[in-house]
Design a protein. Structure first.
Lengths: 365, 163
């Protein structure tokens, strides 16, 4: 009987799909054709946006342009400070001999569909396996973490949002580093912190950032702000509710985070090579983060080495440099391996950097 | 009505299924997501009722697989549901064709409700538990839509003489 055959077949398919990876290629082939339907259903809105931008009035555009310019200026101002802080952070961490993931690569993806099932919070984005997306990759929007990639298709992928009931993320309170786990509740505006002691120091308005402890999300991205903390003497734990900072159900453009998978040694070598090539080109204003690096291998030796390497007032020189170099080099230990490359450069910073940092934003305007 | 006779204008049936697939993933406002009708099941029920020699359980199975890929559920989950629905419709076919429209709607409500219960059971097995009562709402909406879908598709069928 046909029904029996088909039922057995579908049950078999489900079991195989749940347990093995055998059916993944079949699924990705089918998705090549079928995922177009998300694109098609998205078409009217796309067209509408196109038309709206075509016929948007000039004054509106001018106003928007003004607004964006102001925003850009603000952000650039903040960036300058951030660069300096990043560099300082790297150096301090080097002093502590701890490895830090300071900058990750990001790529912009666009939302093309929502999961039709109202009880799950998943979205579909227009980047897939062929674009280098990997399973479990974190996804951000402009304001915070959104979720992670759970299914890969050739040109699209499915992202599980933070607020899905099956999702949890390790976080910590930004104010004092208190660790907790934020679980989704199925409500797009609500996360819940599980198993927070009644006496824990957490209060309304605290910012929760990812702690990076799950090895899946990078540390330090904003996740949520605490909305209410309820102390109920009948409950063993405090009830803590938080609102995700990311606009989970409004963002159209998302950022995929590619974390740096190179080992510290590789990063160091890459950085050193980049430095050498720069030096070969005639130095320029680009300055390496060298002084503290020499210190790295043996901390106690630091005071002895650092002054020798950089006769100039090192503390003043180094913090200024980052505007240019910081993004290029999360690298930390290179100098230890390649002192010749870095040392000549180390002498330079005193001359240039204070000037170079302020000039960049001004030049761009 | 011979079984071997090639169906004329059969592509229209497939076109409706393609539109059904699109409708089943089309974006809806948040509050209506819960009420999204089971478009594919509705179309399958109609065509199985009217063209049982063309549209059967195998069609339902294939469409179900397509829906699984679209929804990202386990391959076979929706296939199983749609196959069950088609089987029930085919089993009740003789009676259903005699019924007035409101009675057909009632039967459709029961069939889809059963299917949604199986759906609930399957998603509980696979770890995505869902609130129980809300899951029957799509069946209700589909049953309310049945007369309109039915009239529309019947008009389409007359017009293009699909058989």
């Amino acid at each position: 009987m046909r029904l029996l055959v088909l039922v057995v077949l579908s049950v078999a398919l489900m079991v195989v799909d749940a347990r093995f990876t055998l059916l993944k290629p079949v699924r990705s082939q089918m998705s090549l054709v079928l995922m177009q339907s998300y694109w098609i259903t998205d078409l009217p809105q796309r067209l509408w946006q196109g038309v709206a931008s075509q016929f948007g009035s000039r004054t509106e555009l001018v106003a928007e342009n003004e607004k964006l310019k102001t925003e850009n200026l603000l952000l650039q101002g903040r960036m300058q400070k951030l660069a300096a802080l990043t560099e300082q952070n790297v150096r301090l961490r080097e002093l502590l001999n701890s490895s830090a993931l300071v900058n990750e690569k990001v790529e912009v993806a666009e939302l093309i569909g929502m999961d039709p099932n109202p009880f799950t919070h998943r979205i579909i984005i227009n980047k897939g396996e062929r674009d280098g997306v990997v399973l479990g990759q974190p996804v951000l929007d402009a304001r915070g973490l959104m979720g992670q990639v759970v299914e890969l298709m050739p040109y699209t992928s499915r992202v599980l949002l933070l607020t899905d009931t099956t999702h949890s993320i390790p976080v910590q309170v930004n104010r004092n580093g208190l660790r907790a786990i934020a679980s989704g509740t199925g409500n797009p505006e609500r996360l819940e912190l599980r198993h927070v002691a009644d006496t824990a120091d957490i209060k309304e308005g605290d910012l929760l950032v990812s702690s990076g402890l799950g090895q899946r999300f990078p540390a330090g991205y904003p996740v949520a702000t605490v909305k209410e903390v309820i102390h109920d003497s009948g409950q063993p734990f405090a009830i803590v509710r938080a609102v995700p900072t990311a606009a989970l159900n409004r963002s159209r453009y998302l950022l995929l985070v590619f974390s740096d998978t190179r080992t510290p040694e590789e990063r160091a070598n890459d950085a050193a090579q980049a430095q050498e090539s720069l030096d070969a080109q005639g130095g320029g204003p680009v300055i390496p983060a060298t002084v503290p690096k020499l210190v790295n291998p043996v901390a106690p030796a630091a005071p002895a080495v650092a002054p020798a390497a950089a006769p100039t007032p090192a503390p003043a020189a180094t913090p200024a440099k980052p505007a240019v170099t910081a993004p290029a080099r999360p690298a930390s230990h290179p100098a230890a391996a390649k002192p010749p490359a870095t040392q000549p450069a180390a002498a330079k910073p005193a001359a240039k950097p204070p000037v170079s940092a302020p000039t960049t934003p001004a030049g761009r305007e | 009505m011979g079984g071997v006779k090639a169906s004329r204008n059969g592509w229209i049936v497939w076109l409706t299924f393609a539109i059904g697939l699109l409708l089943s993933v089309s974006p809806l406002p948040q509050f209506m997501e819960v009420l999204r009708p089971l478009w594919l099941a509705l179309l399958l029920a109609f065509w199985a009722l009217n063209l049982p020699q063309t549209v059967g359980m195998v069609t339902a199975f294939c469409l179900g697989l397509a829906e699984d890929v679209l929804y990202g559920t386990l391959l076979g989950q929706n296939a199983l549901i749609l196959t069950l629905i088609t089987y029930l419709v085919l089993a009740l076919q003789q009676r259903l064709r005699m019924f007035p429209m409101w009675q057909q709607s009632l039967v459709i409500l029961v069939i889809f409700g059963l299917a949604q219960l199986v759906q609930l059971w399957l998603s509980a097995l696979t770890g995505n538990r869902q609130p129980t009562l809300a899951l029957v709402l799509p069946a209700l909406v589909s049953a309310l839509l049945w007369p309109w879908v039915s009239f529309g598709l019947r008009g389409l069928r007359r017009r293009y003489k699909i058989n």
